[in-house]
Design a protein around this ligand. Structure first.
Ligand code: HPA
Length: 252
């Protein structure tokens, strides 16, 4: 069953027929909120709002381990993560939908693994390294691209996502450094979520919506207009939801 993690401005799926809300406990504590079971385009799906209901949780306080664990426990076999981001460069202008193919993790202090080295990890092995060369699942990415194509919706194929700590936005100098690192889009929640999904063997892909030019770039030269970013996110999320409605029909 496909699971969808909704980010800022996506706290529920309008077209989802909800059958059950489940409060799940995990060995890592409580997830962000109830896990929502239901159907989207007649297919079973699972939904979780990453920031909780009413956007309670800032990015660094989200219990990513509990979220990913709970989704798997409730039957998720793959995860599509939705996130709003800041874009760097003309190809990642506000309003663009993107499907990153790489990431760089700049976060710190977040519990970021199920393998803490004390034997409590899911695999039972005290020291476990996972391959993360390709952080996003190729088949899931291909499904998202097919869905967007079928809808004549443009979806930028590829790009490097940077996960920053937040909750503040970046300085212009930090964005210049990220650009030098090869980053195309900046968000605060993509890690450790993606790595945790890999640790549990769950295919994971991120679908991002660029809601502002990153700090110091484009029309964010002097400041990032956050209310404008929020308005764009709310208006454009319907496009994301249409892609999700289409992607669930394509099991391959
Ligand atoms: N930076 C970090 N996270 C974000 C941004 C940004 O500019 N926009 C939306 N999420």
């Amino acid at each position: 069953m496909l699971a969808i993690i909704g980010g800022s401005s996506l706290y529920a799926l309008a077209a989802m027929h909800i059958t059950q809300r489940v409060d799940v406990g995990t060995p890592y504590g409580a997830p962000s909120g109830a896990l929502i079971h239901g159907h989207l385009s007649q297919r079973e799906v699972l939904f979780l709002a990453r920031h909780g209901e009413g956007h309670r949780l800032p990015p660094h306080k989200i219990n990513y381990r509990a979220n990913v664990w709970a989704l798997r426990e409730q039957g998720a076999t793959a995860i599509i993560a939705i996130a709003t981001v800041g874009g760097i460069g003309a190809a990642f202008a506000p309003g663009t939908l993107a499907l990153p193919d790489q990431l760089i993790d700049y976060t710190w202090g977040r519990p970021a693994t199920y393998y803490d080295g004390d034997g409590s990890g899911d695999g039972g092995d005290p020291v476990t390294h996972i391959d993360f060369t390709q952080p996003y699942d190729a088949r899931l990415r291909a499904r998202l691209l097919r869905a967007a194509h079928a809808l004549h919706e443009s979806l930028h194929d590829g790009g490097t996502y940077a996960a920053t700590q937040g909750p503040r936005l970046e300085t212009a100098a930090e964005i210049r450094r990220l650009a030098r690192d090869g980053v195309d889009m900046v968000g605060m929640t993509g890690m450790p979520e993606a790595a945790l999904a890999r640790e549990l063997g769950l295919p994971y892909a991120a679908l991002t919506l660029i809601v502002n030019a990153a700090a110091g770039t484009g029309d964010s030269g002097n400041r990032v207009d956050l209310p404008a970013a929020e308005r764009l996110a709310r208006a454009a999320m319907a496009r994301v939801e249409r892609i999700l409605e289409t992607v669930v029909c394509d099991g391959g």
